[in-house]
Design a protein around this ligand. Structure first.
Ligand SMILES: [Zn+2]
Length: 84
């Protein structure tokens, strides 16, 4: 966690930050929707570079899965109940 260095200047004076971001995503039916999320990013205090790490990738994935569940009309479905 504290092994992070700035990819620009190599400084280890890194601050975690959270930024609001919006992404275009498509759901399981192929409909485009806007995904609003809080994205964890790193900021270098030496050169002010701001970049995304693995945490941001995970956050995007989690937000996307969350949005899919919320957009799904049949989210309360039990497996042993025939649905068709
Ligand atoms: Zn830097």
């Amino acid at each position: 966690m504290h092994d992070i260095h700035c990819p620009n200047c190599g400084s280890s004076d890194i601050q975690p930050r959270t930024v609001k971001d919006r992404l275009r995503a498509s759901d399981l039916r192929g409909e485009i929707f806007e995904l609003a999320l809080q994205l964890p990013v790193w900021t270098c205090r030496a050169c002010n570079l701001c970049w995304q790490g693995q945490e941001a990738v995970a956050a995007v994935e989690a937000a996307y899965q969350n949005a899919l569940v919320r957009r799904s009309p049949s989210r309360i479905t039990t497996w042993n109940e025939p649905h068709f």
